[in-house]
Design a protein around this ligand. Structure first.
Ligand SMILES: Cc1ncc(COP(=O)(O)O)c(C=O)c1O
Length: 413
């Protein structure tokens, strides 16, 4: 089991460089200097080289498709400004994210707006920005038509479709089951007809079936399923496929036993689907949207040890961070099985672990655990600890105002 624990950490060690003394580097800056530059701990540090290497690898794999970044994974504006230059588009989920996308330099149909609960004002925002509007209900179709009439503009409508079932996916599902996301396949023909009644011709289809999948074969199979649905819908309803978004769902290793997803099957499925799509419609756009896969491994959450203590059989390191800043690492308010993100002493990456310690935050709840059973070198108060794989769903996906602590710092290097 220990070997497996260190497997995830060793994947992180391979990705992050260290200097001659075994101190972690963020970009080419020693982690301690990077923390000082940011103003101290707790802080999220993001490494732009790791982001661009990851994006480059994904683009090679998905060479027949456009790559969109889902802002929700990490909307830190300097990171958005950087990644905007590396990807084809942004996927946004609110009016606020739409503004962030525009501020980062994306325009028009390189922005796609999805989400089950779009306020009519947000639909107006999207139509004004000439963004792609992924409609998820009949009411959203009508809102798109109303916004288009108000602004005397076309609404760039794409139908988000929820297929009846999807092969073999049992993780966090957002399609292929009853859900608030998208329009059920059985209702898609009516939604297309409603668009046309309003003078809107749908540009194509969007699928988003789930997230954090570590099985490349499964991802490829689901992409093929979605493509068949798009093709059948297009033939049955004479929709010219100008845009097909197959979702994303690529996961990253966080826990014991997690392995990097093998994307070779996805390379094949995307190449095949891209060829078929363009043989039907030469100028068509095939899109994959990813959040955590592009930025998750490029982020560290750095905390300082405030106190060290023993209670019963357990050793504790109490830190200046906590679940209010990194809800995901603490298990998102509860896991059936408590599992931990990889954690180590970033100033002593080459030192061997000496013991097991529970790394906790400073909130008044026993679930404020950042790492339940970290194997670390002996610690002193003041020591820096790094939680790896923290570049996605960190600062903005955590209840930061709980207990009135300062907001967490963030820095992109
Ligand atoms: C529509 C949509 N796109 C993209 C994502 C990003 O998922 P991930 O960060 O796992 O790639 C999500 C996540 O919930 C989503 O709902």
């Amino acid at each position: 089991v220990d070997l497996i624990v260190s497997d995830v950490l060793s994947q992180c060690r391979e990705r992050w460089a260290t200097d001659d003394s075994g101190r972690l580097l963020v970009g080419d800056t020693c982690v301690e200097d990077a923390v000082k530059m940011a103003g101290g701990t707790p802080v999220y540090l993001y490494d732009r080289d790791i982001i661009s290497t990851t994006v480059g690898e994904v683009r090679t794999i998905l060479s027949g498709a456009e790559l969109f970044y889902s802002i929700k994974a990490n909307p830190f504006q300097p990171l958005l400004g950087f990644i905007a230059g590396c990807v084809d588009g942004f996927d946004v989920a609110s009016g606020g994210e739409l503004i962030k996308a525009v501020c980062a330099g994306k325009r028009g149909d390189s922005i796609q707006f999805s989400g089950p609960g779009k306020h009519p004002d947000e639909v107006v925002q999207a139509v004004a920005a000439e963004a792609l509007l992924n409609v998820e209900s009949a009411r959203q179709v009508s809102a798109a038509a109303a916004a288009a009439a108000l602004l005397h503009k076309d609404a760039n409508v794409v139908l988000r479709v929820n297929p009846r079932s999807l092969s073999g996916w049992s993780g966090l599902r957002m399609g292929g089951v009853a859900s608030q996301f998208g329009i059920d396949l059985d209702d898609a023909a009516d939604a297309i007809a409603l668009c046309r009644k309003h003078g809107i011709e749908p540009r194509g289809f969007h699928f988003y079936w789930g997230t954090q999948c570590l099985d490349g074969e499964k991802i490829a199979t689901i992409q093929r399923d979605c493509w068949q649905v798009a093709r059948t819908l297009s033939e049955a309803n004479r929709v010219v496929l100008r845009y097909v978004n197959l979702g994303g769902g690529f996961g990253i290793p966080y826990y014991k036993g997690d392995q990097q997803v093998d994307l070779l099957p996805v390379r094949d499925s995307i190449a095949e689907i891209g060829d078929e799509l363009r043989s039907l419609e030469p100028g068509a756009r095939l899109v994959v949207e990813l959040g955590r896969y592009l930025v998750g491994a490029a982020g560290l959450y750095l905390v300082s040890v405030l106190d060290l203590k023993r209670s019963g059989e357990a050793e504790f390191a109490v830190t200046d961070g906590g679940m209010h800043q990194h809800l995901a690492a603490s298990g998102n308010l509860g896991q059936a099985l408590r599992r931990s993100f990889p954690c180590y002493t970033p100033m002593r990456m080459r030192e061997a672990p000496q013991g097991r310690i529970r790394v906790v935050g400073r909130l008044c709840t026993p679930i404020d655990i950042l790492c339940s059973d970290a194997r670390l070198p002996d610690l002193d108060a003041g020591e820096l600890l790094a939680i790896f794989q923290s570049g996605a769903y960190g600062a903005t996906a955590s209840p930061q105002e709980f207990l009135g602590h300062e907001p967490v710092r963030e820095l992109l290097l």
